[in-house]
Design a protein around this ligand. Structure first.
Ligand code: IPM
Ligand code: MG
Length: 361
């Protein structure tokens, strides 16, 4: 039976980059006999504009029925004044929560062709290959109570809650250790256990679960130090596991080490490996509609989808090799051009499709 893939383009550059990734999926369908069925739906600001709801029931139902989801990006300045529950981000967070996509894999891999696009020295970043495993459905993003209240003296006070139950820590620990077993078996758990009780429990549970994985070498680091070490000597890391908020921040840092956030894909998985795949960059409203965004992070998200949800590891490698071949040809979008000449979003997508077609012959 054909695997069902929900396509959610979203806002800003979302539609432009997703179109190119869809061309890659269609190429795999035609030239590699990949048995898939694509169905589009709206999310985020686009969905709000259409129906007043950033996560319409129809979209949620489609995503629940799908085997995998490909998402572009959500958000834009025109939605910032809306009440929180109607904002585009709520659509994305709602989907993560409703589908229980608790394990967010964010690889930061430096393509050797782009070593000069990084703001760090080549010797610091060349060969970089880090996997950040970010907890995605708990912590301060979802903790209750939250809000803005008025105190007795009339002053307003904003508050959020950083909470983790043991089962939430256990499952993200297992997820990280499973990933590490297929890599160098080294995991660094990042927390703030010197200040936060929730981190103290996080660390205790990480250590407990690691006993089930005798081959795993587990270390711990405070988040402030981790952010420094990431730019000082990033190659000391292999797998990093951390909470929702720390993972949000550290994954942007790690992305930039590779030269451009426009290169990095992500997978958000539930306990059965069903997943949502999205570039880690946002909707980039400043360049939306200009046909200049880099579609490679979204195309590489398709590769992750092939690997983690569609059980097609060989095809995942084909897509990754096609991207690498295109970089070898010197084809660059603006963000990775290092001041040199650049091509459009569409040209970049077409170049990847051509490289894929060539490989299928
Ligand atoms: C990300 C984004 C989201 C997050 C926003 C858009 C809600 O920054 O996926 O990293 O904070 O998780
Ligand atoms: Mg983020």
């Amino acid at each position: 039976m054909a695997a069902k893939i929900a396509i959610l383009a979203g806002d800003g550059i979302g539609p432009e980059i997703v179109s190119e990734a869809v061309k890659v999926l269609e190429c795999l369908q035609q030239s590699y006999a990949l048995d898939i069925e694509l169905e589009q739906a709206v999310i985020g600001g686009a969905a709000y504009d259409e129906s007043g709801n950033p996560l319409p029931q129809k979209t949620l139902d489609l995503c629940k029925a799908a085997d995998a989801i490909l998402l572009g990006a959500v958000g834009g300045p025109q939605y910032e004044a809306l009440e929180r529950d109607l904002r585009p981000e709520k659509g994305l967070l709602g989907l993560r929560a409703e589908l229980e996509l608790f394990s967010n894999l964010r690889p930061a891999l430096l393509y050797p062709q782009l070593v000069n696009a990084s703001s760090l020295k080549p010797e610091i970043v060349s060969g970089l290959d880090i996997m950040i495993v970010r907890e995605l459905t708990g912590g301060i993003y979802f903790g209750q109570p939250r809000g803005i209240r008025t105190l007795e003296n009339g002053e307003r006070q904003g508050y959020n809650t950083l909470v983790y139950a043991e089962h939430e820590i256990e499952r993200i620990a297992r997820s990280a250790f499973d990933v590490a077993m297929k890599r160098s078996k080294k995991v660094c758990s990042v927390d703030k256990a010197n200040v936060l009780e929730v981190s103290e429990l996080w660390r205790e549970v990480m250590i407990r679960v690691s006993k089930e994985y005798p081959q795993i070498q587990l270390s711990h680091m405070y988040v402030d130090n981790a952010s420094m070490q990431l730019v000082k000597w990033p190659k000391q890391f292999d797998v990093i596991v951390t909470n929702n908020l720390f993972g949000d921040i550290l994954s942007d840092t790690a992305a930039m080490l590779t030269g451009s956030i426009g290169m990095l894909p992500s997978a958000s998985l539930d306990k059965n490996g069903k997943g949502m795949y999205e570039p880690i960059h946002g909707s980039a409203p400043d360049i939306a509609g200009t046909n200049t965004a880099n579609p490679l992070a979204t195309i590489l998200s398709v590769a992750m989808m092939l690997r983690y949800s569609l059980n097609q590891p060989e095809l995942a490698v084909c897509v990754e090799q096609a991207v690498s071949a295109v970089l070898d040809q010197g084809i660059r979008t603006q963000d990775i051009a290092d001041g040199g000449s650049s091509v459009s979003t569409r040209k970049m997508g077409e170049a990847v499709v051509s490289a894929l077609q060539l490989k299928s012959k």
